[in-house]
Design a protein around this ligand. Sequence first.
Ligand code: FAD
Length: 390
Amino acid sequence: MRAVAVVGASLAGVETARALREQGFDGRLTVVGDEDRLPYDRPPLSKEYLLGKAETDDLALLDGDDEDRLGIDWRLGVRATGLDLRRRAVELADGTEITADAVVVATGAAPNRLPGTAGLEGVHVLRSLTDADALRADLAAGSPRVAVIGGSFIGAEIASACSVLGLETTVVEALDTPMEPVLGPRVARVAAGLHGDNGVRLLRGVPVSGIRGIGRVTGVDLADGTVVPADVVVMGIGAKPATAWLEGSGLELDDGVVCDTGLLTAAGGVAAVGDVARLRGADGTSTRPEHWTAAAQQPAVAAANLLAGTALQEYRRAPYFWSDQYGVRLQFAGRAAPGDEVRVVEGALEEYAFAAVYERDGAVTAAAAMDRPRSFTRLRRGIGRAAAPV
Ligand code: FAD
């Protein structure tokens, strides 16, 4: 193999480049990214960076040695607009194209936005460093009242940062208990308690019906008639895989780029990794883990399979993520389902300091912890194949 093109210059893209070189690929390696900066890490954007405790340099995913070792031909600040599968040519917005023997799709996901919010000042999403800079500036201007729409992980972290900044903050969540689909009802109720205990108002079970303001946002309307006055609104309502550029390419798209458990698509020589990749198992079930660890680990498998020309390896790790909220580190691994029993093995849920397992028919399906990293690591090891992705 003489040339590989990686599309998406973030965690999964960088780790793909690293894995290819580590596995002996010495050909031309091009990485395309639509952001006009070198790859950076996203988790701190809703944590230390928002609080001004980390700066741009702290987020770099590459150090100086990497630059030399990886020998990447960067194409930054330019969007991929299409993929010609027959020629394995990546078409770019500047009218040029990159042909390669293999293409890796690592375009991640783009944040969802409520309709009618484009151009309204004070309304934010948080996915990129540019988004974080805009939000950070708005939070520092006066003492804005903040409404966070969506109480899932990123929304909860933003609310947590706002509370540390001393801002009047309201979280608006459509579900009765935020994060319940992932954490299950018992642990999700505990996590929801963090908001109130830290002075953040949580309005739950009511969807947003609209955003108020002409030119600049003034508040959020809820379906039950409640109005939440706000000078800054942040939408933390999930993200969609960035696949628009692949429409019509012939790659199978289904809420992500469909690939096998070896990260290879049905089109030879094309792999998908990270948030954009939907892994489909032999039984037809599929998953798209949108977590840092998956984006960091999948590339080694994808690189091995691309270089071998066949799916020699599978990515079969149980999903894992962490989230830092209100000074508490929440960790979760595995896959909990409705009806799983939660058994606390250490600490106490109500103290926000515990390690617990989820069990079904006597088998452990998942583990969760707050501020118990060591116990959590031990429990995580015990999560078997039942909790593997597909
Ligand atoms: P991305 O990081 O989304 O990168 C994709 C890149 O491709 C982007 O640079 C994008 O601009 C670019 N791109 C998209 N389309 C094109 C195109 N057509 N042409 C060229 N380039 C394109 N996970 C955890 O487990 N724990 C956490 O605490 C945590 N915190 C997070 C906090 C924030 C604010 C965010 C946004 C994410 C967080 N995550 C966390 C998730 C984690 O960061 C992601 O899973 C990870 O970034 C996915 O990496 P990726 O490379 O697949 O995609």
